[in-house]
Write a protein that binds this ligand. Structure first.
Ligand code: KDO
Length: 341
């Protein structure tokens, strides 16, 4: 009898708690974790790099715009999914967001290898004109159809330079003959290494530091801010300012997640993603201006090759390659002309 009373009492207490919590929720609008839309983001980027920090800016901005509606979780260093696996994991529903590269996109849409070509995009302003205009609209709509991803914003990764383990005189592409150059692991990246005149080898970003330290590779390429944040200056002696690729990453969301959001939420997510990319771009541009001095002060030699010779050689290699056979008709001209008024 006593036990029945106790059971009844505990049921009443639970019911009361539930009612009070529901009223509180209605009155205050404070959502519990279970009510929030979970957004898991994976990136190989190291903590502190601009495109890693921008993910926290996205989180902050989204919380301001849509308080209590989203739970943003950021996983860096390729700890959740390895570099390059993100588009597949998003399609499978295991991941909501990532910063993907054009080289990832070119794996699925071969014609878009055009955007991975060295010495094509001229600078950040040109990159914005290409991707935040009619070309970007066309490309991202195709990406949505084929890859099931919504591209929310484009972040400038920086201009890629060569970074060598030991000093070497590099003026022409032929000076890189036999240099074992780590490039990220996909056909488009490997081709860029070859076009530069080196012997490319694929490797995930988070293995590069150790490979440089042990001599498993002779060099790698990345923009100056990423070289600094990943501490590559500790294990290399030279930077060659080839400026061979004005690189970008595409902040994307799995369509399944994107389409589950209300129109208002989509607008806010895009706004936060744009603000995050803008934060990244400003930081990188500022860093690119100051980092040559930083690397010199760390004892590295920073040299300028014959950039025109590299440009001519690399562009010719692309035009003669099988990649260019799939490029959309007229696209090269449209890219070259973007923003030229
Ligand atoms: C890299 O692996 O070298 C690269 O710079 C390629 C980029 O597309 C991007 O994936 C980036 O790595 C990572 O975000 C690490 O910064």
């Amino acid at each position: 009898m006593h036990q029945v009373k106790l059971l009844k009492r505990s049921f009443c207490v639970t019911l009361q708690t539930f009612i009070v919590a529901s009223i509180l929720l209605m009155v205050t609008g404070v959502a519990t974790a279970a009510d929030k839309t979970l957004l898991r983001i994976s990136s190989p980027a190291v903590q502190g790099d601009w495109h890693a920090e921008m993910l926290y800016i996205f989180k902050e901005r989204l919380e301001e715009l849509a308080p209590g509606e989203f739970e943003v979780q950021v996983f860096l260093g390729g700890t959740l999914f390895k570099q390059g696996a993100e588009p597949t994991q998003m399609r499978r529903g295991n991941l909501d967001m990532a910063l993907i590269s054009m080289q990832d996109i070119a794996k699925r849409i071969r014609a878009y290898s055009i955007f991975t070509a060295g010495y094509l995009i001229r600078d950040l302003a040109h990159q914005k004109a290409v991707y935040y205009g009619p070309i970007g609209d066309e490309v991202f709509s195709k990406v949505s159809d084929v890859m099931d991803l919504e591209v929310l914003s484009v972040a400038y990764l920086g201009t890629r330079q060569l970074n060598l383990r030991s000093r070497r005189s590099v003026s022409l592409p032929s000076d890189l003959k036999g240099v074992k150059l780590r490039m990220p692991g996909s056909k488009a990246w490997q081709f860029l290494g070859k076009a530069l005149g080196a012997s490319p080898t694929p490797m995930a970003f988070n293995e590069v530091y150790l490979a440089l330290k042990t001599g498993a590779i002779d060099g790698q390429d990345n923009p100056l801010p990423t070289n600094q944040k990943a501490k590559f200056h500790e294990v290399t002696e030279q930077i060659v300012l080839t400026g061979h690729l004005v690189d970008g990453v595409f902040f994307s969301m799995a369509n399944k997640r994107w389409k589950s959001l209300s129109v208002d939420q989509q607008r806010k997510v895009k706004q936060a993603a744009r603000a995050a990319a803008e934060f990244n771009d400003q930081g990188r541009v500022k860093d690119e201006k100051r980092l040559v001095e930083f690397f010199k002060s760390e004892g590295l030699s920073v040299t300028t090759p014959d950039v025109e010779a590299f440009r001519t050689h690399v562009q010719r290699r692309y035009l003669e390659s099988d990649f260019s056979k799939n490029w959309p008709t007229g696209m090269l001209q449209r890219i070259n002309d973007a923003a030229k008024k």
